[in-house]
Design a protein around this ligand. Structure first.
Ligand code: ATP
Ligand code: MN
Length: 477
């Protein structure tokens, strides 16, 4: 007998066929209607049971969460709500699910409750929708780059470079804590460590990615990234996935265009390929909005918001212009910002980014040409000597979704910038070699995958768009 997924049965003509279906029971009503879900799609299929044909003992074991195997005929449904249903011939209980202790009941659970049951929450319609959309989005990333002539490059997870600055690295070591080998001056003797030097989990694949771009032209990485920053926010994880393209012969304007195109491609893919899952999340968000005071409700539904982003060009605005806008803004004049904007040169906080995106421009914004002092050493110094060719892509409700730059390609300028911030050029001689041997204008950026999944799913907390979130104090499951 053919084994079919529910997705296959609902999307293709199978009426009249006898089929085998296996899945988990969502509900069992009136000893007659089983809503069976196998995770292949949002919809459950209705399995109609003639209870006289089955023993009471078996019927009692068909409970929410139990796994069953059903043989039956796919027939046109007489009831509303579904096009086809299964006329059940036989049922096997594969795995019982005791109802008195199973935490996922067919009712509304809070996201906080489900976060504590992360090992089971993917069985709910909300989380299965999020995870299927996450898949669609990830697939679209590879699709986009493949279609545009980029090569997928795997950069190391364990690295000895700490280019992004100290303080937020997870150390990787096999040294024993209780008897740490030490040198005469008391410092740790890393000669005894596995790699014979200090190593950590990567905070970015950029530096190695640049080397790939200087050989292959256009590359991208899409891998796990680790940051030990103690930011317990709704937008930070200690372990997240980052998409990092690097392109030779691309300047900042090309970089901005690519970031905009990638974002739009990902959103478009989800709109096209994850309709049912998006609808579920759209409705979820609508209900959530209803419980808010009227003036705080979003004007657009989730799907409208995604279409809005697709239909409009991202605004490009220089840091200097942004500072002028912020200085003149109402919240700044009325002292509503936690960090008031007083002068050119300060770093922008997420309250400022969100003001620009949500109140001023009402559109995604790409800010560029930031002050040299607040950005990383590898960014291309502008002719004014004060700003660098950096860019941040800001999204409504999210803030920064991607950050990047044109890279400093001039050997002497790069060495000087490293020295200015106290990085020993000798530690990164391999990186500097790319500027010694056939250097060229090149650019890249990093896009936080989970932040994009947050945007397309409308989930407010980043912990709800990754299967098993890692945050300070939490590495459960
Ligand atoms: P933020 O200012 O929001 O902390 P950042 O400027 O430190 O971010 P970058 O180093 O520019 O981040 O990293 C590139 C992208 O990776 C960011 O634009 C963001 O989308 C994502 N990102 C950075 N840190 C995190 C994190 N802790 N959790 C999830 N995504 C992150
Ligand atoms: Mn950034």
């Amino acid at each position: 007998m053919p084994k079919n997924t529910i997705s296959d049965i609902l999307n293709n003509q199978h009426t009249g066929e006898v089929s085998n279906l296996q899945g988990w029971v969502r509900t069992f009503r009136s000893n007659r209607f089983i809503a069976l879900n196998d995770g292949s799609c949002q919809s459950s299929i209705q399995c109609v049971v003639n209870f006289q044909d089955f023993s009471e003992d078996l019927l009692r074991r068909i409970t929410t969460g139990s796994s069953i195997s059903v043989n039956g005929e796919i027939v046109v449904s007489i009831g509303g709500g579904q096009s086809v249903e299964v006329k059940v011939n036989s049922i096997d209980i594969l795995g019982d699910c005791p109802p008195d202790v199973y935490p996922i009941q067919p009712k509304r659970h809070s996201l906080e409750f489900l976060r504590e049951k992360a090992h089971l929450r993917m069985r709910t319609s909300t989380f299965s929708a999020v995870m299927r959309i996450r898949h669609t989005a990830a697939f679209s990333v590879h699709d986009f780059f493949n279609q545009n002539g980029f090569f997928n490059l795997n950069t190391p997870i364990i690295t000895a470079s700490d280019a992004e600055g100290a303080g937020e690295l997870f150390r990787v070591t096999t040294l024993p804590f209780d008897e740490t080998p030490r040198k005469e001056d008391g410092t740790v003797d890393y000669n005894y460590d596995f790699f014979e030097k200090p190593t950590n989990l990567t905070v970015s694949g950029q530096l190695e990615g640049e080397l790939g771009a200087m050989a292959l032209g256009k590359i991208y990485t899409f891998g796990p990234t680790f940051r030990a920053e103690n930011s317990n926010t709704t937008r930070h994880l200690s372990e997240f996935w980052m998409i990092e393209p690097e392109m030779a012969f691309h300047d900042l304007a090309d970089n901005m265009d690519l970031a905009e195109n990638l974002c739009k491609f990902m959103i478009k893919s989800v709109l096209e390929k994850s309709k049912d899952d998006l609808n579920i999340l759209d409705t979820r968000l609508l209900n959530e909005e209803k419980s808010k005071p009227k003036d705080q409700r979003s004007e657009l539904s989730l799907i409208e918001k995604l279409n809005f982003v697709l239909d409009n060009q991202f605004i490009r605005c220089s840091y200097t212009e942004a500072i002028e806008i912020l200085m003149r803004s109402k919240p700044n004049k009325k002292g509503k910002f936690k960090f008031p904007i007083t002068e050119w040169g300060v770093d922008l906080q997420s309250e400022h980014e969100r003001y620009l995106v949500e109140k001023h421009f009402k559109s995604p914004v790409i800010l560029f040409d930031y002050p040299v002092n607040i950005k990383a050493f590898y960014m291309r110094l502008n002719e004014d000597g004060k700003t660098v060719r950096a860019m941040d892509v800001l999204f409504p409700g999210i803030g920064e979704i991607a950050g990047g730059s044109q890279r400093e390609e001039r050997h002497d300028v790069l060495v000087k910038k490293m020295q200015d911030v106290g990085i020993d050029p000798e530690h990164l001689d391999w990186y500097l070699d790319s500027r010694k041997f056939g250097t060229c204008v090149h650019s890249g950026f990093g896009l936080g995958f989970e932040r994009m999944v947050q945007f397309v799913t409308g989930m407010a907390n980043i912990r709800d768009v990754i299967p098993f979130p890692r945050t300070p104090g939490n590495a459960e499951f």
